[in-house]
Structure formats: structure tokens, C-alpha cells
Design a protein around this ligand. Structure first.
Ligand code: GLU
Length: 278
């Protein structure tokens, strides 16, 4: 059974790019007689707001989308992320990182080279080799810390990895491209990478459809699936909608928000067309 999902973050209003992505996921499920799920990715408590979530549900329903089963809200499932983190910690695949952003930048400047991954500077691994007693001492002293994945060790454990992408065929995963990514933030019990991987497994998602702007993240998700013993869904990274200047639409492009189009009198059919949907 094909199970897809649409997983917006309630940090603003949905725009035409989201509409395309949601319609894409729903169609992939319906065509195959499968299920289409809705997940609210509200881990970032500082940026997410209940009124945005309410607006998202309203906009999707207005557009004619119907999801199956209850909405999963990530903020209500922090125990699931904690359990996955604990498993990885027991296996020695994570480590606490006490570095602030400033310290990371200073360390990179000292090293004289600044390798970049798809999301920016790569963490130089400063805390990877901290002795255990030093880690314990700092944690007991209440030092704020993130939890990072030891990608090198995880890869030793997993060996070479692949996934099937409906748009690109067989893809060899390169999880090291982002370095030792954060799995739990200083200010949040999980990171995007961990929450998405855990949720897709727990919700039985078999086909992850999302914009090609998230393609790089799949390298990391594939590694997390391997070390957590999860199933690997199929993927379909679809083209991302751009504005007239060829830039990726963002929530800041207020004019393209579904609510503003609705308020301006556009119909759901108009909006589907504007989103590039046939
Ligand atoms: N919550 C993510 C976003 O709004 C999407 C996550 C995903 O589809 O994997 O960009």
C-alpha cells in the first residue's frame, strides 16, 4: 500500500509551492489506492504558531485536499524522538556538542579551511573527541549542548547505502556531505532530520514526496534509517515552484500565499492552476 504525506511547518502561510507539493503527495497516494497523511512539523517552538497551523488546515481543506486519519503533530511526540536518540547514544553513534555557533566559526577560521555542505558550513568535529569524563562533567554542570550524529562511525556500521528515487532512479547516499549533523538541538528535543525519519517510519510512509530543495536531506535520512533499523521508503523529489525572478517561493512572498489568493476571490481551481497543477 502506498502511503504518502504532506509535512508543512506552521511558521507562516502556505504558498503556491506548498499547494503543488500537497497536491503531488495526495495524487501519488490516490492514484495507487493508498493513503495520504498530514503531519505538522512544529518542533521549532520559537517559529511555529497555532494560528499558522489552523490556517494551513483551512487552506488545504479549501483547496479540496482530504487527508486520511488524524494529523500527527511533532510537538506531541517528543518521546518517540528521545527513544531513537537514546538508542543511537547507547550504540555510540552520537555525541554531545557544547560548541556555540561563534565557537564553531572561530574553530573553522583557525583551521584555515571552511568546507561547505548543502546547508552551509560543515561542523569541524571539535566535540567528537572529547573524553567521556569531560562530557559528563559539562553535562552535570548544566552546559547547554546539542546531540550530533557521528557520521563516520554510523557509516562504518551501515556500509554503502542507496535509495530509489522516482525522479532520478537509484541514488547512492552520501550522508557525509553535511558532516556530523545535529539530531537534537540545544533548544529543541530533536532536529528536522531525526523527527522526519522517525515519523516516516512510525507512520508507515512508503513514498516520500517533497521538493527537490530537500534532496540533500535524504542522504542523511537514509543513513538514519539504516542505523535505526527502519524501512526505506521510495522518494520522489519534485521540481520546486519559483517566482517570476526564478527564485524559490518562500513564505515571505506574501502575494503568493493561498490565503491572500483566496481573499482576493480566487477559486480553488484557479489556485491549482496557478500552482502549476493540471
Ligand atoms: N517540514 C518541511 C518543510 O516544511 C518538509 C519536510 C519533508 O517533507 O520532509 O519544508
Amino acid at each position: 500500500m502506498i502511503v504518502t504525506r504532506f509535512a508543512p511547518s506552521p511558521t507562516g502561510r502556505l504558498h503556491l509551492g506548498h499547494a503543488y507539493s500537497a497536491l503531488f503527495a495526495e495524487r501519488a497516494a490516490r492514484e495507487a489506492g493508498g493513503r495520504f497523511l498530514l503531519r505538522i512539523e512544529d518542533i521549532d517552538r520559537a517559529r511555529c504558531r497555532p494560528e499558522f497551523e489552523a490556517r494551513i488546515l483551512e487552506d488545504l481543506a479549501w483547496l479540496g485536499l482530504a487527508w486520511d486519519g488524524p494529523v500527527r503533530r511533532q510537538s506531541e511526540h517528543t518521546d518517540d524522538y528521545r527513544a531513537a536518540l537514546d538508542r543511537l547514544a547507547v550504540e555510540g553513534l552520537t555525541y554531545p556538542c557544547f560548541c556555540s555557533r561563534k565557537e564553531i566559526e572561530a574553530e573553522i577560521a583557525r583551521a584555515g579551511s571552511a568546507p561547505h555542505g548543502p546547508s552551509g558550513l560543515i561542523y569541524p568535529g571539535t566535540c567528537r573527541s572529547l573524553p567521556d569524563d569531560e562530557r559528563r562533567r559539562r553535562i552535570e554542570a548544566g552546559s547547554p549542548h546539542a546531540i550530533r550524529l557521528d557520521v563516520g562511525r554510523a557509516l562504518e556500521r551501515s556500509g554503502p547505502l542507496f535509495w530509489h528515487d522516482r525522479a532520478r532512479g537509484k541514488v547512492a547516499a552520501e550522508p557525509a556531505i553535511e558532516g556530523d549533523v545535529v539530531l537534537a538541538r540545544r533548544d529543541a528535543p530533536t532536529s528536522y532530520h531525526l523527527a522526519v525519519t522517525v515519523d516516516d517510519q512510525l507512520q508507515g510512509v512508503t513514498l516520500v514526496t517533497r521538493g527537490a530543495d530537500l534532496f540533500a536531506a535524504t542522504h542523511i535520512h537514509r543513513l538514519l534509517q539504516a542505523i535505526l533499523g527502519y524501512e526505506t521508503p521510495d522518494y520522489h523529489h519534485h521540481p520546486v515552484r519559483t517566482n517570476d525572478r526564478g527564485e524559490r517561493l518562500s513564505k515571505r512572498d506574501g502575494a503568493a500565499s493561498l490565503s491572500s489568493l483566496r481573499e482576493a476571490g480566487r477559486s480553488p481551481a484557479d489556485v491549482r492552476m496557478l500552482a502549476g497543477w493540471d
